[in-house]
Design a protein around this ligand. Structure first.
Ligand SMILES: [Zn+2]
Length: 517
């Protein structure tokens, strides 16, 4: 019988195929008539003895497959060789020495172990007719993880929770090759420093801003460039602003309680807006008073000299703002929106379709936000001032930063009062803005001026931290490396850990993550 490559791995000749209870049995022999001595390298055709070897292979036609072959022992032909007898080796693509599975089955087993772990992998393997136990799956995974890795040059270090909130380890990634290269059992500076010290190839270390890892990097590889993580820098700056607001809450409460905008505490632009608001408030009050007496809109227009549209707007309570909202693109359509709203169209999408038909180029969101605000304002009767609520510190942070441009008129007014009473908050907010923008633009030359400006502000302790980690922060603005990737790998780690149902044993977790590359 000739060679049949579809039935046996490369380097083996199939002699016979038998059906047995457990599946298919392929009888095979090595194709080569000679073998090479592993010690001296000379080829020998002198067979000393044979022994039977059994290899599990990939299943075929719904049956498990076993390959039985006679492997030979050869005598070395070189008289001076100290190896007198040697066992022939199969091609690496067929099976490793002493392996009990073909290389192609081993590959599948490895991937199954990586993807599913021990017990679930075993169940799945049984369905695939792969004869492997959970221990085998894990052993294969461990063996592949132990393969040597290339010397890393740029690493990212971060901590990860072994058991959430109880025990932490350290994850190390090769940022150039985008893979996890080690998991350390804790996040002690000494452990990490020793790991780094043993790897002289490392020249760049991206790390978070915790004192532990700064220490570890400095002790372990003092000559390496440390890169503070940009994401953490952004987060730390935001957190610093929250602290500032929390510490200012007493002043905030006092300010909101007093319910008065102090024009002297406002910035120039705000003052202009504020005086405009006072003027509009006067006009509004006059118009509303007339409307209350039952005076027709036409007559109010005549008496006040204001436009018909404006009078209608005021009568309907649509003009109560301190600081103008920044709608911009929607401005020319406000009249129409207002009319539709009054006629009972209260749905954001429907309103959007109507203004779009009239030429509005903006998105649904802008209109939906307008509708939300309008709905809120309906709750506030014109003229009737409700007792002002003091926003939470987190709320103030949001309203001074991310939601700055989306405030309802009532909230904008409260915020104007707060900002007027505690101007240092505005200064701190602007400094945090500048810091964020500096990180985003990688504007390294902005760092020193920022430190100078921020030092006397309420952000004091955050600035101290930046000064202490000056080199790391500067590197974050000049180096392409970031720990963002390590965080991503940390997510992968969490996923694998969850599959292991919390029984994560470090060595196994490490094996599953490291072998995955
Ligand atoms: Zn030899």
């Amino acid at each position: 019988m000739g060679r049949d490559l579809s039935l046996a791995p490369c380097g083996l000749v199939v002699e016979r195929v038998e059906t047995e209870a457990a599946g298919l049995l392929i009888m095979a022999r090595p194709a080569s008539k000679t073998a090479t001595c592993p010690t001296c390298g000379s080829a020998s055709g002198r067979i000393h003895s044979t022994y039977e070897r059994s290899l599990a292979d990939l299943p075929s036609q719904g049956r498990a497959v076993r390959i039985r072959l006679w492997t030979r022992r050869f005598r070395c032909v070189l008289m001076t060789c100290r190896q007198r007898i040697f066992t022939e080796r199969l091609a690496a693509t067929a099976a490793r020495p002493f392996a009990r599975r073909t290389t192609r089955l081993e590959g599948i087993v490895h991937h199954l172990g990586l993807a599913l772990g021990g017990r679930p992998g075993q169940g799945f393997a049984r369905r695939l007719l792969l004869p492997v136990s959970k221990d085998t799956l894990l052993r294969v995974v461990r063996r592949h993880a132990a393969l040597p890795i290339e010397a890393p040059r740029v690493v990212g270090i971060d901590d990860w929770a072994f058991k959430r909130g109880h025990r932490y380890g350290t994850i190390v990634c090769d940022l150039e090759r985008r893979r996890i290269i080690d998991l350390l059992p804790d996040r002690e500076a000494a452990t990490v420093a020793a790991w780094l010290a043993a790897r002289p190839s490392i020249g760049v270390i991206a790390r978070d801003r915790g004192a532990g890892y700064i220490q570890a990097a400095t002790d372990g590889r003092p000559e390496a460039t440390q890169v503070a993580d940009r994401w953490h820098l952004m987060e730390n700056a935001s957190a610093a602003f929250l602290t500032v607001v929390q510490r200012s809450m007493q002043a905030v409460r006092k300010a909101v309680g007093s319910d008065v905008v102090d024009p002297t505490a406002l910035s120039c632009a705000e003052r202009r807006q504020h005086s405009g608001w006072l003027r509009r408030e006067e006009e509004n009050t006059a118009i509303l008073a007339l409307a209350k007496q039952g005076v027709a809109i036409k007559e109010i227009v005549r008496q006040t000299g204001k436009s018909r549209g404006l009078v209608r707007q005021v009568v309907r309570g649509g003009r109560m703002d301190v600081f103008r909202s920044r709608m911009g693109s929607l401005d020319p359509f406000l009249k129409q929106l207002d009319a539709d709203w009054v006629n009972g169209c209260r749905n954001g999408a429907a309103l959007w379709r109507r203004v779009k038909a009239a030429g509005f180029a903006g998105g649904l969101r802008v209109v939906a936000e307008w509708a939300t605000r309008r709905r809120k304002e309906e709750g506030t009767a014109p003229g009737g001032v409700r007792p002002r609520k003091v926003p939470s510190a987190r709320g103030i942070v949001r309203m001074m930063t991310t939601e700055r441009d989306l405030l309802s008129k009532t909230v904008a007014r409260t915020m104007a009062i707060i900002e007027g009473a505690v101007p240092a908050l505005v200064v701190a907010r602007d400094l945090v803005d500048r810091f964020h923008s500096m990180i985003q633009r990688r504007a390294s030359t902005d760092l020193e001026p920022w430190i100078m400006d921020a030092a006397p502000s309420l952000l004091g302790s955050f600035v101290t931290g930046i000064v202490q980690d000056r080199a790391g922060v500067h590197a974050a603005l000049t180096q392409p490396w970031s720990n963002g990737q390590t965080e991503g790998q940390n997510t992968k780690l969490k996923l694998v850990k969850r599959q292991m149902y919390g029984r994560a044993n470090l060595d196994l977790l490490r094996a599953r993550l490291l072998g995955a590359a």
